[in-house]
Design a protein. Sequence first.
Length: 160
Amino acid sequence: MQEKFWSELCQIKFDLFYLGEYIDHSEKCDNLINLITAITSSGSIAAWALWGSLKFVWSSIIALSQVINAIKPHLPYIKRIKLLNSQCSELSKLFIEYDHLWLKVKNHDFTDEEINDHIKDIRIKKDKIDDKFMIHITLPKKNNITNRATINYNQYYSQL
């Protein structure tokens, strides 16, 4: 039963690393979009003034920049960042709660039945957290995020 409890605890920690990496990725995407639109809009106006003969090209770039600005609120990044930060906060509290219990599990302070009850509680609480936030967003699987989360996870547990 100890191994089962430990496995649940480790999964929560991995999920925290994964969500953290997804937040970083989403923030980078959002920042890149902001940077591109700012540069294209400002740069195009300056270029238009300098090279008036290419007015169509520069006006097209400015128009594209404005389209990106118009659709930006409908892109998933800002909403994803907000929801994932909230989910991480709740998962982190769950991890701390069960990390504290782990010491008692490890020291055999609980029977197998009590440990099993705690595992059930972990799963129920984690499912509630996931349901609360994941119903509002989707997280496309990204191997590079999984790889970075795995590296962080392995580093974390190699230092214990």
